[in-house]
Ligand binder design. Structure first.
Ligand SMILES: NC(=O)c1ccc[n+]([C@@H]2O[C@H](COP(=O)([O-])OP(=O)(O)OC[C@H]3O[C@@H](n4cnc5c(N)ncnc54)[C@H](O)[C@@H]3O)[C@@H](O)[C@H]2O)c1
Length: 340
């Protein structure tokens, strides 16, 4: 297949480009490059050609000839959404719907969208399924819900969108994010030999390795159209629902001499436990290859290999909010988040 992957300069995108290429697909990237300053380690080949463009400025001519679009490029977490909710709606909601509309207009039959389990927001201990009511608590999560709704409405005999609600990602990527929970705790364990949770760590968080996300997208692209047409899938493994404190415990066990302390406050009200049965039922070849412990071990090996220093862990480009605040402060992007 000839695939356009948006967000190829990001944490998941750089791995997605390499993964799909290894599956024999021809891959072109598209990314505005907000975090391109950061590259943690070598060994992953970025896609050869990336269109350097904002998704809001994409035109039909950028999309000619693709069989499928994998859409990852958005402001990728809750704190970014809080930084500027208006821009979050413009990029994540309107930008994504604009992209899907153009894909449909030029006749691209498949559109696979990176949604998020954060649409479930606040749950009880019950497992959320794709049929559960959504409860988005932030602008970021609300945009995911609105994109699913509006792009789903475009589905017809010639345009098949699929919505993959990914669990919280972890794992190694040259464009690593240290603002996702397992990677963040691993960075603390490596640089400080200490994980000091200020919260009580009770909220539930389903986790999924970045390569298992890549596998899910690949399985969807290769599945018969009828199986994935206008479907929503949670992406992960039901066994990989952890309380934050459990994730911290696993990381502290993997990183030698790491001390874990747990706080008492209860600051984060996002908590959801998710069932991943549907993706396993509908796409039986899909099977997660990773779990949290293996992911922490992988990060330990990467940090060891590059002798990672505290400055690297703290580098702005590896924390999405810090990097965007930096680009704004030095005037590299304007108030609409376009490069000046
Ligand atoms: N990482 C996770 O835990 C997770 C979980 C669920 C869903 N997702 C979704 O997966 C996608 C990728 O996540 P990630 O962790 O790789 O994020 P990321 O921030 O590392 O990557 C996003 C990429 O998109 C690009 N981008 C952002 N806005 C753009 C715009 N307007 N035009 C063009 N490019 C733009 C950025 O430059 C960046 O390279 C996002 O849509 C995110 O919401 C991520």
């Amino acid at each position: 297949m000839n695939i356009l992957v948006t967000g190829t300069h990001g944490f998941i995108g750089v791995m997605m480009g390499a993964y799909l290429r290894n599956q024999g697909h021809s891959v072109t990237g598209l990314d505005t490059g907000f975090y391109s300053d950061g590259w943690l380690y070598d060994g992953v080949e970025p896609v050869e050609h990336t269109i350097c463009k904002d998704i809001r400025a994409v035109t039909e001519s950028d999309l000619a000839g693709f069989d499928a679009v994998v859409h990852l490029a958005e402001l990728s977490n809750d704190p970014l959404g809080k930084l500027n909710p208006t821009i979050t709606y413009q990029i994540n909601h309107q930008g994504s719907v604009h992209l899907a509309q153009l894909c449909k207009a030029v006749g691209i039959p498949r559109f696979v969208y990176a949604s998020s389990c954060s649409v479930y927001g606040l749950g009880s201990d019950d497992f959320k399924t794709e049929e559960s009511e959504v409860n988005p608590l932030t602008a970021y999560a609300e945009c995911k819900v609105m994109v699913e709704r509006d792009v789903s409405a475009l589905a017809d005999d010639y345009f098949s969108p699929t919505f993959l609600r990914n669990a919280t990602a972890y794992g190694a990527s040259p464009r690593i994010r240290f603002d996702v929970v397992l990677n963040n705790l691993s960075g603390m364990a490596w640089t400080q030999k200490q994980i000091a949770l200020t919260s009580d760590g009770r909220p539930w968080r389903p986790l999924v390795h970045v390569l298992d996300i890549c596998q899910a997208f690949s399985r969807v692209l290769e599945a018969p159209r009828a199986v994935v047409h206008n479907q929503v899938f949670n992406v992960g493994d039901t066994r990989e629902n952890y309380r934050v404190v459990e994730i911290a415990r696993i990381v502290a066990e993997v990183f030698p001499d790491c001390v874990l302390t747990v706080g008492t406050s209860d600051q984060d009200d996002r908590s959801y436990r998710v069932s991943f049965d549907k993706i396993h039922r509908v796409l039986p070849e899909f099977a997660c290859q990773w779990d949290a412990r293996k992911g922490a071990q992988q990060l330990y090996q990467v940090f060891e290999q590059i002798k990672m220093e505290a400055d690297t862990f703290g580098f702005r480009a590896f924390t999405r909010l810090k990097q965007l605040q930096h680009l704004i402060a030095v005037g590299q992007i304007d108030d609409q988040f376009y490069w000046k």
